[in-house]
Design a protein around this ligand. Sequence first.
Ligand SMILES: [Fe+2]
Length: 304
Amino acid sequence: MKMKTSSAIVSNDLKALSKKLRREFDIVANDIHSPQRFQWDWWHLPGRYTHLRTPAATFFTDELHEELATALIAYGRKHLGCQNISPMWLSNYVEGCEQRLHADRPHGPWAFVLSLAPEKRNFQGGETMILRPEILSLWNQTTVAGKSFEEEDIVERIPAAFGRLIVFDPRLPHGVSRVSGTMDARQGRLVVHGWFTQPQPFVEGPLSTKAANQSLLAFDEVMGSELQDGVQSTGTLAYRMEIDRKGTTRKVTTLASSLTSANVEQTNREKRRLLAVVKKHFIGWKFPGAKKPSSLTLSLSIGN
Ligand SMILES: [Fe+2]
């Protein structure tokens, strides 16, 4: 069996919150006289998008919308090194709805889709589709010589399971497979979606912003000299530095990476090289001591 590459980060961290969101949707959807029902836009651009959509901020109560935004921002800070999110959409896909393959540029370094579709899905399709990096090696003899080829070899399909959060690089061609099987909005592929934005340094703990900024300024210089010959891949990488009470960086972890190029081996080499530069700088850097440990999350945008 061929190993296929996944470009998506999949999480169930927001499942409990998804139940609250679904409850608010159901209250409106089950009340045939609710004024909230009149706000849906039939978003139909032939050959591109067909679905119902509405701003999440106007559909959900302020409290729940705030809770959702806070949870997503916390997720972005922890896992992606992004400080904020774009305004969110609530979309619903019933019979015939779809999104054809497209890329979102420059909405933000990461896109997200949170599924609020019913636990028991009665529709077919509605998967998030993302083009796999294997498309880049289509003409490699090892890929095509004498081997069968199916769509799944180049397109990843992730079902809209309830409470599932999908995060992916929106520069990759992606879409939503055509939904069939229901005309009932309560049975449709209901999703909240948007983009993580503002890749900026983020400190958790007592480490002062001034001390963090000094290390980051020096790091810019290191990056300039270490990478004089350039990096061929482009994308966003997030790292977390764990700093102990004495101000020593104990651990550097890569959180998420969308670094990519037409040459997979070269991208892997460049990822290793960037991590080595980050480790060398921050592990050698002396931060001021503090009463408690801190962590510094850094997001690097390469060639974007
Ligand atoms: Fe998109």
